[in-house]
Ligand binder design. Sequence first.
Ligand SMILES: [Zn+2]
Ligand SMILES: [Zn+2]
Length: 58
Amino acid sequence: MAEAARSHHTCTTCKQRSKTMLLLPCSHLATCEQCVADLSSCPICSRTVSCVIRTFIV
Ligand SMILES: [Zn+2]
Ligand SMILES: [Zn+2]
């Protein structure tokens, strides 16, 4: 159960680091800071990313 909860917060691209980058306009929290640099569209919904917001999950 703890493993599932952790994977929920893991980057969808590298599956190693925590998701910290919020993609706009779709508002999906999908990737870590490293992976978002290579991203042109959201890996969850495929919408074009126009802006990213850095977030922190405690
Ligand atoms: Zn990543
Ligand atoms: Zn999305």
